[in-house]
Design a protein around this ligand. Structure first.
Ligand code: UDP
Length: 392
């Protein structure tokens, strides 16, 4: 019986955290999710009856672009947290780090508690997103201490190897989804469109935290080039303090005179219903998306999706078959696809229907969880063999 200590640095539910809920669920009678910050993610875990403990309520000041000096300073700050995690890890068979800071803490805990470490890589480890120091730390710790790295896409795996990561420890496992959670009744869709005053509109949904690289501004620029009945809903909040960007988006909307055609809905928990209320879902990341949960979710909702052609999105979408791909940061190209979807409803509906069928098979959560269980089983056994401990 495997007991797993999952670690995640965030109190807020980003894509990596939502994925962790699905992974931790099958282990909930013998697992603990340790968080390094409190927030609404803890509530979501608890709603799913997953045991949760907040190890530290102090924000960790190191971030993706931090240099070595900042890193060393923050190390002193997180020493008590590391202590708590090491003590807790001794009660578990495996440590599963779900984020970068969780990898740092998990690696130390793995070393001192002699428990195997698995790192779930939800990022593209490139200099576009991370400082050189952070990249080096992540790759070195993973190479030296992780028995297994699970990459959320081929794109994340490739970037890991290019950054110096070991090929022999990394496996690609896509995010899993429960298809039945993405079915919405027609009456519910009508009610929602009415509430949001979207009747008779061609609605494009953008579902993502508000952050410059998620490219909401690209969609707004494209919208100005689309026919007037095309309206956008921006679903998501600035989860990591991107308030300047939020201001910028509102300004852009005002400058383009789009106040009646763009709605900011903030963070929502009814994503499947909102997606079902859309005519098209747009993904507009300006740099490579590691996976792109929203793309698969749109497919499962039976809604056509247009995605920025980079990173994991290319593994999910085949242009003209199960969705549309456009060059990142090219609003004109995006506007063209939007207009085509508006005009060619039959072809677009067929594409969306193909996508729903293939996505429900390809990303079935039960199958994905089996893949992960197999990998973890194997890692726990080999690790106990190498440390000469009896297998529990
Ligand atoms: N999401 C949500 N509420 C919102 C906006 C987004 O629950 O208001 C969810 C969305 O449905 C998706 C996740 O947040 O499951 C975002 O994951 P993705 O891989 O698209 O991006 P990430 O946040 O990991 O960069």
């Amino acid at each position: 019986m495997k007991k797993i200590l999952f670690l995640d640095q965030s109190g807020k539910p980003g894509g990596a955290e939502l994925c962790l809920i699905d992974i931790a669920k099958p282990y909930r009678d013998r697992a603990l999710v340790g968080l390094f910050a409190d927030g609404s993610f803890r509530n979501l875990l608890q709603q799913n009856q997953i045991p949760t403990r907040v190890f530290s309520t102090q924000p960790i000041s190191v971030h993706k672009a931090s240099d070595l000096v900042q890193g060393i300073k923050s190390f002193q700050q997180i020493a008590p947290l590391i202590n708590q995690v090491i003590r807790t890890a001794r009660e578990y068979d495996l440590i599963y780090a779900n984020t970068q800071k969780a990898l740092v803490v998990g690696a130390l805990a793995s070393f001192f508690s002699r428990r195997p470490l698995v790192y779930h890589l939800h990022d593209i480890l490139s200099q576009e997103h991370f400082s050189q120091t952070n990249l080096r730390i992540a790759v070195t710790l993973a190479n030296r201490l992780a028995s297994l790295v699970i990459a959320n896409s081929q794109a994340s795996k490739t970037a890991f190897i290019q950054a110096g990561g070991r090929q022999d420890i990394i496996e690609v496992v896509y995010n899993g989804f429960e298809a039945k959670n993405y079915q919405t009744h027609e009456s519910e869709i009508r009610k929602l469109r009415q509430e949001l005053e979207l009747e008779n509109k061609f609605v494009i949904g953008h579902f993502s935290r508000l952050a410059p690289w998620k490219g909401q501004h690209i969609l707004i620029t494209a919208l100005a080039q689309c026919p007037p009945q095309v309206t956008a809903i921006l679903v998501g909040d600035a989860l990591f303090g991107e308030q300047d960007y939020v201001k910028q988006l509102h300004q852009q909307v005002a400058e383009l005179g789009l106040e009646n055609r763009v709605k900011f809905l903030g963070f929502r928990s009814d994503i499947p219903q909102l997606m079902a209320a859309c005519n098209l879902v747009a993904h507009t990341s300006t740099s490579a998306e590691p996976f792109g949960r929203v793309i698969v979710e749109a497919m499962l909702c039976g809604r056509p999706v247009v995605a920025a052609k980079a990173g994991g999105a290319i593994e999910l979408v085949e242009h003209g078959i199960n969705g549309f791909l456009v060059t990142p940061t090219q609003p004109q190209e995006l506007a063209k696809v939007i207009t085509t979807c508006l005009q060619e409803t039959q072809t677009t509906a067929t594409i969306a229907s193909n996508a729903r069928i293939s996505a429900s098979q390809r990303f079935d959560v039960a199958t994905i969880n089996q893949q992960i269980a197999k990998l973890l089983d194997c890692k726990i056994k080999t690790s106990y063999v190498s440390t000469n401990q009896p297998i529990p």
